[in-house]
Write a protein of this length. Structure first.
Length: 148
């Protein structure tokens, strides 16, 4: 993983983060978020994966259903955020749309993925802090802006 600070003004920072072939994206971005002490940020990205696991939140089971894709895919859209988990650690929440060889698309929550050949991510930090709190009805840690 390579990164570069592109812009910084009044507590807002913008980074370019480029992941290399075979890196696992969620682990790499989690490391980056910890290294830069991110507490509130948004991210966007494009690139490609050799394989990826998407996830769909099953409301009835209150758990994620994994959707593995074992083929090269293009990252058509990657959007997400970083906020502080209830533990105080930076937590990623990323959604993807990936395109397959035949042009079909699949989408969902990013569980894991291996980069091939690159993934280019722009991370924009905001000066405010965002904190997640466990939502009793879903069991998920969700951003609560008024509790930050």
């Amino acid at each position: 993983m390579q990164s570069r600070l592109l812009h910084q003004v009044e507590g807002q920072r913008t980074f370019a983060v480029v992941l290399e072939q075979d890196e696992e994206v969620t682990a790499a971005l989690q490391i980056f978020a910890r290294q830069e002490d991110l507490s509130a940020a948004q991210l966007t990205g494009i690139g490609a994966f050799s394989d990826v696991v998407l996830a769909y939140f099953d409301w009835e089971k209150k758990d994620y259903r994994k959707i593995p894709i074992h083929e090269q895919v293009e990252v058509a859209s990657m959007i997400g955020d970083v906020a502080l988990a209830p533990s105080g650690e930076p937590a990623l929440h990323v959604h993807l749309v990936v395109g397959k060889r035949d042009g079909t698309a699949m989408a969902g929550h990013l569980s894991e993925g291996h980069v091939r050949p690159t993934l280019e991510v722009i991370v924009t930090e905001t000066p405010a802090h965002l904190r997640k709190k466990v939502d009793p009805s879903s069991g998920l840690a969700l951003i609560r802006p008024n509790e930050s």
